[in-house]
Design a protein around this ligand. Structure first.
Ligand SMILES: Cc1cc2nc3c(=O)[nH]c(=O)nc-3n(C[C@H](O)[C@H](O)[C@H](O)COP(=O)(O)O)c2cc1C
Length: 211
C-alpha cells in the first residue's frame, strides 16, 4: 500500500483570532466539550512528552482527568519513566488530536505533583481493581512475564476487602501551560492556527501562525 497517497481534505470549520476566548484554557474547555459531544473517541486522551536527563524526548498517551485553576491534571506512577524524567525536568508538552473535528491542541508548560489529598481523592474514585493494579504495577520496569503481574494482582486482591489506600508511588500531575496552540484543519492545507503565549505579567498574547 502506498501510504504517501493517503490524504484527507479538512473542511469542517474555521478558527480566527476574533472567534477565540481571551483565555486559552476557556477556549480549550469549549473544544473539549465539543469533542465529547461529537463523540470523538477518547476525547480526553493526550500525548504527554517529557525530556530525559540527557535531553532525549519521549511521549506517551495519558488521560486528562481535570482542568483546575488553569492547570491540566493527569494521574500516573511517579516512578514510571515519565515520572523519573519529570523529576529532572518539569518542562512538558501535551497534545490533543481530535480527528473527527479536524482539530489539534498543542500545550507546553511546566508540571508539578498534585497534593497528596488531591491524589487520594481521585484514587478513591477509581474502580477497585484499577486501584489494586496501581499498587502492584512497577510501571515502565521490565518484568519476566505477564504472569508475574497477574500473580501479584491476585495476591494483592486478597489483602484488601474494600478500602485500598493509594500507594505513595502513584498520584497526579498538574501541567501549568505557558503556550497553547489551537489548530483547525482547512482546505488545501491552509490550516488555521491560533497561538496563545503567556506573558510575564500573566496575560496571554494571541498570534495567528502560518499553516
Ligand atoms: C488511551 C490511553 C490512555 C492512557 N492513560 C494513561 C494514564 O492516564 N496514566 C498512565 O500512567 N498511563 C496511561 N496510559 C499508558 C501510557 O501511555 C504509558 O504506557 C504508561 O504511562 C507508561 O509510560 P512511561 O513508561 O513513558 O512512563 C494510557 C495509554 C493509552 C493508549
Amino acid at each position: 500500500m502506498d501510504i504517501s497517497q493517503i490524504r484527507r481534505e479538512y473542511s469542517k470549520t474555521k478558527l480566527t483570532k476574533k472567534s477565540v476566548r481571551e483565555d486559552p484554557v476557556e477556549q480549550f474547555d469549549i473544544w473539549l466539550d465539543e469533542a465529547i459531544k461529537s463523540e470523538c473517541k477518547e476525547p480526553t486522551a493526550m500525548v504527554v512528552s517529557t525530556v530525559s536527563k540527557d535531553n532525549k524526548p519521549s511521549s506517551r498517551t495519558v488521560l486528562l482527568k481535570g482542568i483546575d485553576n488553569g492547570e491540566f491534571i493527569f494521574y500516573t506512577n511517579y516512578q514510571s519513566r515519565k515520572g523519573q524524567q519529570i523529576e529532572h525536568n518539569p518542562n512538558v508538552a501535551a497534545l490533543f488530536y481530535w480527528a473527527e473535528l479536524e482539530r489539534q491542541v498543542c500545550i507546553e508548560g511546566t508540571v508539578r505533583k498534585t497534593s497528596p489529598e488531591e491524589s487520594d481523592a481521585y484514587f478513591q474514585t477509581r474502580p477497585w481493581k484499577s486501584r489494586i493494579g496501581a499498587i502492584i504495577s512497577p510501571q515502565s520496569q521490565p518484568i519476566e512475564s505477564r504472569n508475574v503481574i497477574v500473580k501479584a494482582f491476585i495476591l494483592e486482591m486478597t489483602k484488601h476487602a474494600k478500602s485500598v489506600p493509594r500507594p505513595d508511588h502513584w498520584g497526579g500531575y498538574r501541567i501549568r501551560p505557558n503556550r497553547i496552540e489551537f489548530w483547525q484543519g482547512r482546505p488545501n492545507r491552509l490550516h488555521d492556527r491560533v497561538l496563545f503565549e503567556l506573558m510575564e505579567d500573566g496575560s496571554w498574547q494571541i498570534h495567528r501562525l502560518a499553516p
